[in-house]
Design a protein around this ligand. Structure first.
Ligand SMILES: [Zn+2]
Length: 557
């Protein structure tokens, strides 16, 4: 029989058409089985660990998620919106899935803030072959399929009807599971609060909405001025101004310092310079975007609010008001707003400088800037902050020159989870050792100035890092569940006799306290006010680490 095929039919034959509902179900199934692998497998692990194991409950988990996602996605499978929306969300979800699967990263409010405040060169360090292949296969290929597929949109009323049927069916599925296993779900979710944070795409999209809402649509906050009464009152004069350098570390964790009992020699350069190491110091956050503004603010970790802090003076503003020169020199991704009202300088990363490669500079680069800054103005009291790139991952190997590669073999790649534990930790320890070298050079520089200044140096890191312990890498976990690797930071003080004597600080008392007392970033604001001999009502003596050890109480308000 002769076939009669019209042009239109030919076209129809070549193309694949999907109804809106079929499209929704396929996407929901893909998200359930691929992007929510972490969620489902962690959930199943939690179920297996229960005293009473139920097969029905275990099997219901992927179905429950599938029903929920289908119901949710149905709301967005609307003509003109479906394709662009799901193309973007699929690529984003694939990236999120990679980061959580490989590094255990949680995309909460703070992580979204980190991503938003990260510069390009920082973001590019996460790109490597494995990551690109992963996102290409699980994100770009499906996104291309979404782009190519033909969705058969029916007239509005008909679409509405079939959507309603699909949504009611999914709702029925959800309700049946909820009625059968409500207690089980409630109990597992209550005891494993981290589980909901791994659901893709709802959790990271929800966090993003929260962040952008707060960032851009919150009522303006009145700016809070602090330290209007700030003035310098010195306990004793020896004719020399004070010069204090604060070195702010990046991603350095306390346990990898020989000073804190680490078995490897990561502090060889400074070991004869008489540094005091505070043994138990907690960070304010687990990421730069939180820790940095928090440690310089008068807000405690519990009270810290990322929105309020932007509309409030910090300790640098208070110290500047007392007449002390305050300068910030940055070799990282900026000061996150802290240095906006004081003298500040970002080191350019142009590869023309031998210590820079176009994207980053080694921290040694800060030394010449420090020298210049000290000599720039008349010798009066100065506070200079050096912001290191320190141990910024995952490209730890790019933080130190080859000549400072002390621990080998190292891991010269960014997909660090594919290195052996030994190589990864060697690489990280090389960054700690190189930071130690830079600190030793800062101290040498300050020693030379002792004829003109009473000099001192303080080093503190912003947060720690996970290096594969319990399958976790990098940092940024919610504080409540973050391990000590991410929250315990090194805090070192170089307090030469000249400075200690003139400023009436009992060094032995500090050494003793450093061994036994617990400190945190909450102490920094008040301790900086104290070490600079600033008197102000915006100061709390209890949080000043020097307060107990100053023989002249007149300085203490
Ligand atoms: Zn950081």
């Amino acid at each position: 029989m002769e076939q009669v095929v019209t042009e239109n039919q030919k076209k129809t034959k070549q193309k694949v058409y999907l109804s809106v509902n079929k499209f929704t179900l396929i996407i929901a199934l893909y998200y359930t089985l691929v992007f929510n692998y972490t969620f489902i497998s962690s959930f199943e692990t939690a179920i297996v660990a229960l005293d009473t194991f139920s097969y029905g409950f275990a099997i219901s988990v992927p179905f429950f998620l599938f029903f929920v996602l289908s119901l949710l996605f149905s709301l967005f499978t609307v003509k003109y919106i479906t394709k662009p929306l799901f193309i973007i969300v699929t690529v984003l979800s694939s990236t999120v899935f990679y980061a959580s699967l490989m590094y255990g990263i949680v995309f909460d409010y703070t992580m979204i803030q980190n991503i938003y405040e990260t510069d390009n060169s920082e973001a590019s360090t996460y790109i490597n072959f494995a990551a690109v292949m992963f996102v290409a296969l699980t994100g770009i290929v499906p996104a291309y399929a979404i782009y190519k597929v033909n969705i058969n949109y029916q007239p509005a009323l008909q679409t509405l009807k079939s959507k309603a049927v699909l949504m009611l069916t999914m709702l029925a599925g959800i309700l049946i599971i909820a009625f059968s296993y409500y207690q089980n779900y409630a109990s597992v979710l209550r005891n494993n609060s981290q589980l909901k944070r791994t659901i893709v795409p709802t959790y990271y999209l929800g966090s993003s909405v929260k962040f952008f809402k707060k960032e851009f649509f919150t009522a303006p906050i009145k700016y809070q001025v602090l330290g209007t009464d700030a003035k310098v009152i010195k306990p004793e004069e020896n004719g020399k101004p004070n010069l204090v350098v604060i070195v702010v570390g990046e991603t350095a964790r306390a346990m990898n310092y020989s000073y804190n009992g680490y078995q490897k020699d990561t502090n060889t350069y400074t070991q004869n310079q008489g540094l005091v190491s505070f043994q138990n110091v907690s960070s304010c956050g687990t990421a730069t975007a939180v820790s940095l503004p928090c440690m310089f603010s008068d807000m405690s970790r519990e009270d810290y609010d990322s929105h309020i802090v932007k509309h409030r003076d910090n300790v640098l503003d208070v110290i500047k008001k007392s007449g002390i020169d305050v300068s910030w020199i940055d070799n990282n991704s900026g000061c996150k707003g802290i240095c906006n009202r004081v003298d500040n300088f970002n080191i350019p990363t142009d590869s023309e400088h031998e210590l820079c490669d176009g994207a980053y500079c080694y921290d040694e680069r800060l030394l010449s800037e420090l020298e210049q800054k000290i000599g720039q103005t008349e010798p009066n009291d100065k506070l200079i902050i050096l912001h290191l790139i320190g141990s910024h991952g995952p490209t730890y190997y790019r933080r130190y020159p080859q000549t400072y590669k002390k621990f080998v073999p190292d891991c010269p790649r960014s997909d660090i989870q594919n290195c052996t534990d030994e190589a990864l930790i060697n690489t990280y320890d090389n960054t700690i050792s190189y930071t130690d070298y830079v600190l030793s050079r800062v101290i040498e520089q300050l020693k030379v100035k002792e004829n003109t200044f009473n000099t001192s140096m303080l080093y503190i890191s912003d947060h720690g890092e996970s290096l594969g312990e319990n399958g976790l890498y990098l940092h940024g976990l919610p504080y409540s569940i973050a391990p000590d690797h991410q929250t315990k930071v090194p805090f070192l003080l170089w307090l030469p006799d000249q400075f200690a004597v003139t400023n009436k600080i009992d060094k032995q008392c500090i050494i003793n306290n450093a061994k036994v007392n617990e400190y945190s970033h909450d102490n920094l604001y008040h301790s900086l006010i104290s070490i600079m001999n600033v008197q102000t009502s915006d100061y709390t003596q209890d949080l000043d680490i020097f307060a107990d050890c100053r023989s002249n109480p007149s300085i203490i308000q």
